[in-house]
Ligand binder design. Structure first.
Ligand code: ZN
Length: 161
């Protein structure tokens, strides 16, 4: 069986930046499971894994446009401190999770605090970065009809509902 559209793929992975900084490593025995063909993972990695088999090791260098996108300078905004709840502790370099008007969670970085003005950055932390993936495929199985309908993996490593 190969990693193609409509299969559920389980991988051990290591994600680093070009300077060697480690972003994420899956724990031994706690691999990542995703539904192939649904951009469940970044498109560049999905493309690199396409057609691979269990036991294959894939080392992929994924540019920002096939990962979390280019860094958008317009994602940086300066707002009044008073727009945040007074009890919320703001700290330079800290990440705040808020809810937007559609009730979706948005995460942003507090880039700088200038008196009563706060500079926030809505870019994904990995925006503008080239990602180095080192992935080994552990398991591939066909997705169930229900998983395909939902567009995500069910069971132990996926959604429980
Ligand atoms: Zn579901």
């Amino acid at each position: 069986m190969k990693a193609t559209k409509d299969t559920v793929v389980t991988v051990d992975y290591r994600l680093t930046l070009p300077d060697g900084e480690v972003v994420e490593i899956s724990e031994p025995g706690d691999p990542l499971t995703y539904l192939h063909g649904y951009e469940d993972i970044v498109p560049g990695l999905e493309k690199a894994l396409e057609g691979k088999a269990v036991g294959d090791r894939v080392q992929a260098i994924v540019p920002p446009e096939e990962a979390y996108g280019e860094y958008d300078p317009e994602g940086v905004e300066e707002v009044d401190r008073s727009e945040f709840p007074a009890e919320l502790e703001l700290e330079e370099g800290g990440t705040i999770t808020a809810t937007d008007e559609d009730d979706d969670e948005v995460e942003f970085l507090v880039k700088e605090i200038k008196g009563d003005r706060v500079v926030v950055d809505f870019n994904h932390p990995l925006a503008g970065k080239t990602l180095h993936f080192d992935v080994t495929i552990r398991e591939i199985r066909p997705a169930t009809a229900e998983e395909l309908e939902h567009g995500h993996v069910h069971g132990e490593d996926g959604h429980e509902h």
